[in-house]
Design a protein. Structure first.
Length: 598
């Protein structure tokens, strides 16, 4: 046997109490998760999992990792014994999947467990049997390098828990889903999963993520690559492209990993929704496989008993980096081809026959509805069936981004999904992306006003103190001139912090922090000594973006009129400062042609 000093130690009571512990073992899939994570932490290159009867009869996890000595194996089964942390400080920067020293003893306390292990380089292994938490046998054995754990008759001593398990098939499905996720997180590790005699998963070690994706999900042609690093946060992976399989982004699994750990996270989920709703109205739950890497001391993993959630030290930074990463990836992805075949010819209804002219009737009705439904949950306005159909029936060709005609003003009818303004004039119907339109308007206004002098500024009642990375602080410091002209007052505040005393009057106070963080990111890497003008334009664009109304904001009719009027006055109004289209038009000609009126 190897006589290296034990890698595992017992945690002090004080430290053990600091750990977010709870129910570790809920169902067979949670056992599989803990055992496979242990194997990954042990540096395994191959992990083989076998289950019987949905894991209720047997779960076996075999790895070729570093193994344990006899002494370590005995310790591993004790509560709060771990090789992964030692001191309180270690909790602040965890780089392993496990850290509590809870999993093995918890599993052993509700099953018959067999642990067989041999450390690398040792000539013998050890086998320990535990029954409902009591060690019943320990002996030296011949064993291959690595560790095998068998969990037999899970919950044999907790019948109440056993009763709550789902059917064998349903538990197997959960295990298979979990294994898929773990396999995705570690492409370089080979994984197999067998249920009885069936092979459910077979993934040889892969070199690249896309290879592993293919092993797990087969063709993923609808995904686009995502990649961005800023201010110490990196995100990479794949996300559903806008065109998908012809009908907008494909719905699908959302696999999110933070430093190799699969998590659910509201900040990330929100940024995904945000990025997609800015780019398309089609999809709220797009398929994504995203990997975040950030220094372990900037993410707290000790917040959830099953380690399924994390807490970011700077959630808004993570949000912003992801939003941009997805924004860039989606901007490069081909636009969706809305399925708009020639509209089926309908018998002209009485309404169409009697219609006096384009839209005079509906406009009045819709404008009224828009004013009267301002309560939360209402949809702004319900377009009459004819408009819904019309919008659906428009072909891409008819919907090319169009410059907003100058001269005549458009009359807003209401909002579609609180994200697009539907407007009409004599020449047709327009769909306007409210966020990009307002952003465009504000950007033009800011640039215009700047020619006269600095922008109007508002002082914050309580100055905002923000922690930023050195690169971000430097970026803000370097572009003081531009920031001041826009109405920002940002100063070094000592340590990692900056103090924001004032922001431009047009930025909502509540958006101050995100705006500053976005500026820090946008100006990061902006070439030093480059033309001030360029930095100024960047500051103006970022400010306009954060001051503008957002997708999903309910707008009053007055605000819509304002945005449309201002839009009409701005030059180049068919694209936003980031180059996104502002307006789609369906021309009168096209409408008449489709209704066979010409
Ligand atoms: N497959 C394995 N190969 C090598 N060592 C292992 C293996 N599984 C467990 N160990 C050792 O046993 C210790 C206890 O494992 P256990 O899963 O109970 O706790 P942990 O992984 O440290 O923390 P957590 O409770 O968060 O999972 C680990 O710290 C590790 O040193
Ligand atoms: Mg563990």
């Amino acid at each position: 046997m190897s006589d290296r000093p034990s890698k595992i130690t017992r945690l002090s009571t004080e430290l053990a109490n600091q750990i977010a512990a709870g129910e570790v073992v809920e169902r067979p899939a949670s056992v599989v998760k803990e055992l496979v994570e242990n194997a990954i932490d042990a540096g395994a290159r191959r992990i083989a999992v076998a289950v019987e009867l949905g894991g209720k009869r047997l779960i076996r996890v075999e790895d070729d990792g570093e193994g344990m000595t006899a002494e370590e194996a005995a310790l591993a089964l004790e509560r709060h014994a771990t090789s992964k942390i030692r001191r309180l400080e270690d909790l602040a920067a965890i780089s392993t999947l496990g850290f509590r020293g809870e999993a093995l003893p918890s599993i052993a306390s509700v099953s018959n467990l067999l642990l067989r292990t041999r450390p690398r380089g040792a000539d013998r292994g050890v086998e320990i049997r535990v029954s409902a938490g009591v060690t019943t046998a320990t002996r030296e054995v011949g064993a291959s390098e690595g560790t095998t754990i068998e969990v037999i008759d899970l919950f044999c001593n907790v019948p109440a828990r056993r009763k709550f398990l789902k059917s064998d098939g349903a538990e197997t499905t959960q295990i298979s889903r979990l294994m898929t996720q773990l396999a995705l997180g570690y492409p370089e590790v080979g994984f197999t999963l067998a249920s009885g005699s069936r092979r459910l998963l077979q993934c040889p070690s892969a070199t690249e993520l896309d290879e592993r994706l293919f092993q797990l999900y087969k063709s993923r042609d609808h995904l686009v690559e995502v990649q961005k690093t800023a201010a110490g946060v990196s995100v990479r992976g794949f996300a559903a492209g806008l065109a998908g399989q012809g009908h907008g982004p494909v719905r699908g699994p959302q696999n999110l990993f933070v430093n190799g750990r699969a998590v659910k996270d509201r900040t990330i989920a929100h940024a995904i929704t945000h990025a997609y709703s800015a780019a398309t109205i089609k999809e709220r739950s797009p398929e994504v496989h995203l990997f975040f890497e950030l220094p372990p001391d900037r993410v707290d993993v000790n917040v959830h008993p099953a380690k399924a959630e994390v807490r970011f030290l700077e959630p808004s930074l993570v949000h912003e980096v992801l939003r941009r990463a997805l924004g860039d990836a989606l901007a490069d992805s081909p636009a969706p081809e809305v399925a708009l075949e020639a509209a089926p010819t309908r018998a002209p209804g009485p309404a169409a026959e009697a219609s006096p002219g384009p839209w005079t009737q509906p406009v009045a009705v819709l404008a009224d509805t828009a004013t009267s439904t301002d309560g939360p949950g209402s949809t702004g306005f319900a377009p009459p069936q004819s408009l819904t159909d019309l919008v659906r029936d428009m072909r891409p060709a008819a919907m090319a981004p169009a410059p907003v005609p100058t001269g005549r003003s458009m009359l807003p009818l209401g909002q579609f999904r609180d994200t697009f303004i539907i407007a009409v004039d004599d020449e047709g119907i327009a769909i306007i992306d409210q966020h990009v339109a307002h952003e465009r308007v504000l950007f033009e206004q800011v640039m215009e006003r700047l020619t006269a002098g600095p922008l109007e500024s508002q002082r914050l009642l309580t100055p905002l103190v923000l922690e930023l990375s050195p690169a971000e602080r430097q970026a803000l410091g370097q572009h003081q001139v531009a920031l001041t002209r826009l109405g920002f007052e940002v100063e070094e505040f000592g340590g990692d912090s900056v103090c924001v005393a004032a922001v431009p009057a047009l930025v909502p106070i509540a958006a101050s922090e995100v705006t500053i963080r976005a500026l820090a990111l946008d100006l990061d890497g902006f070439e030093e000594g480059g033309p001030v003008d360029q930095a100024l334009r960047q500051v103006a664009a970022t400010t306009a973006c954060h001051a503008a109304v957002k997708a999903h904001d309910r707008l009053t009719p007055e605000k819509m009129v304002y945005i449309l009027d201002e839009l009409r006055r701005t030059a180049h109004s068919s694209v936003c400062p980031h180059g996104r289209p502002v307006v789609l038009r369906l021309s009168r000609r096209e409408i008449e042609r489709r209704f066979e009126r010409i």
